[in-house]
Design a protein around this ligand. Structure first.
Ligand code: GLC
Length: 432
């Protein structure tokens, strides 16, 4: 049975159709090149962290090249970190000096990015950090870089969260007013579900940054926008992070719209010395797996300090793009199938077209229980070559002694011995 999540306030039609987006984590932490949480992990003070601000000089930044790569990879939307937890702003905000125009970049880095991605036909999304390790009024919580500094902690009593909330709301207003239509808002950082973070948390998170009021403003400024639930108020979709759920994601037993977000290598921001990179095969399988469970995939790149996607990222985007060139109709507009896929496979489905994604190439035959009498035609998607079938609902036990244990509801596909030369082969099944 195909699941259908309930309607939500935002316009999610395009979102559940398009399925695949690019996440971009970029900021002055790219200069440190060892995780976007480097300030926290190394307990770096504002004074020391200033060196990344002073040396951030993305002289090779070419957002049109980024947008082209994303489009070629088959991505239909992008979500960029306007501000991450370190508080650095990529756009020309009027509310702080801690922004790209005041670095060697000398300009608003968001504006040309939005223009470039829109020009390639991608929808636009903004990630925005709810917490802030630079703003003087943001209280020191248990994830703050200086939370172990007794002296620093004393200053907490003078910090006024309501002033920070005003700043936060003001910045979100700028972002949703000055850059045209914004399709996605990805506020980030929920305290709940992170054991220990509540301890020093200034309050209950969502009350502190006045999430309800924030969302009200966002909906007023950008009526169709799609918003995640990380303010801790359920909105349009949920965002499992760096994991693949075991099935369609639910909340209170109800299916919801969801999007898995993943890194290439573990860190979201550029990390020079990280070697735990996922293979193109794994990335493609994650995309398929998400759609087979009714979800999206937001795949992250962390551009480096010169403003480029590094070769390891480019190679993976290109490999995914080559697969998508041949197989995107098994992704766009598809969702979880009404049928259960056989071992080592996933199904995605779009109406009468059922896509069998083969994660392991079997020897000649793959058995599709429950499909007897239901398939009109089958072909490999990469080259539209026919795949012959035996339908046990037609041949019954007369099909020979080998088939007798299968029952009368199975389709047996007769695959070539050689795996087609694509990373994940797909058989397109036309349902009657
Ligand atoms: C987390 C992390 C963060 C990353 C994000 C992406 O909340 O704090 O560094 O931006 O998830 O989903």
């Amino acid at each position: 049975m195909t699941l259908l999540p309930k309607d939500t306030p935002g316009d999610t039609d395009w979102f559940v159709h398009d399925r695949f987006g690019l996440f971009i984590h970029w900021g002055i932490y790219a200069a440190a090149a060892r995780h976007e949480w480097v300030k926290k992990y190394e307990e770096i003070t504002d004074e020391e962290y200033q060196r990344y601000f002073d040396h951030f000089d993305p002289d090779l930044y070419d957002p049109r090249a980024w947008a082209r790569l994303a489009k070629q990879a088959g991505m239909k939307y992008f979500v960029v970190t306007t501000k991450h937890h370190d508080g650095f702003c990529l756009w020309d905000t009027q509310l702080t000096d801690y922004k790209a125009p005041n670095t060697a970049a000398g300009r608003d880095l968001i504006k040309p990015m939005v223009q470039a991605f829109r020009a390639e036909g991608l929808k636009v999304g903004f990630y925005h950090s709810l917490i802030d390790w630079h703003h003087p009024e943001f209280p020191i919580d248990s994830v703050h870089p200086q939370c172990n500094d007794e002296e620093f902690l004393k200053a907490n009593q003078d910090r006024d969260m309501s002033k920070y909330a005003e700043y936060l709301h003001g910045q979100v207003r700028e972002l949703l007013t000055n850059y045209g239509k914004i399709d996605v808002l990805f506020p980030d950082f929920s305290y709940s579900g992170r054991p220990g973070t509540e301890l020093l948390a200034p309050g209950k998170g969502k009350d502190d940054w006045q999430a309800e009021k924030l969302i009200e403003m966002v909906r007023e400024l950008q009526p169709g926008i799609v918003i995640n639930d990380r303010t801790e108020i359920p909105q349009d979709y949920v965002t499992p992070e760096q994991m693949q759920p075991h099935g369609w994601v639910t909340r209170d037993g109800e299916p919801v719209i969801w999007e898995a977000c993943h890194t290439f290598s573990g860190s979201w921001g550029y990390h020079r010395d990280e070697y735990t990179w996922k293979s193109p095969e794994m990335l493609i399988q994650m995309l398929i797996d998400s759609v087979s469970k009714g979800g999206n995939l937001l795949l992250n790149v962390g551009p480096n300090g010169r403003g480029e996607f590094e070769p390891r990222a480019v190679a993976r985007l290109e490999a995914v793009g080559e697969w998508m060139r041949l197989h995107s109709r098994a992704i766009y507009g598809c969702t979880q199938s009404e049928f259960d896929a056989p071992p080592d496979c996933r199904y995605t489905q779009n109406g009468k077209r059922l896509y069998l994604h083969l994660f392991a190439w079997p020897y000649r035959n793959v058995y599709l229980p429950g499909l007897g009498g239901k398939i009109a035609y089958a072909q490999l998607l990469n080259d539209a070559s026919e795949i012959k079938m035996i339908d046990t609902s037609k041949v019954g036990s007369g099909g020979g002694k080998w088939l007798s244990s299968l029952g009368a509801d199975t389709v047996i596909l007769d695959l070539p011995v050689q795996k087609p030369n694509v990373i994940v082969p797909v058989v397109e099944l036309f349902l009657k």
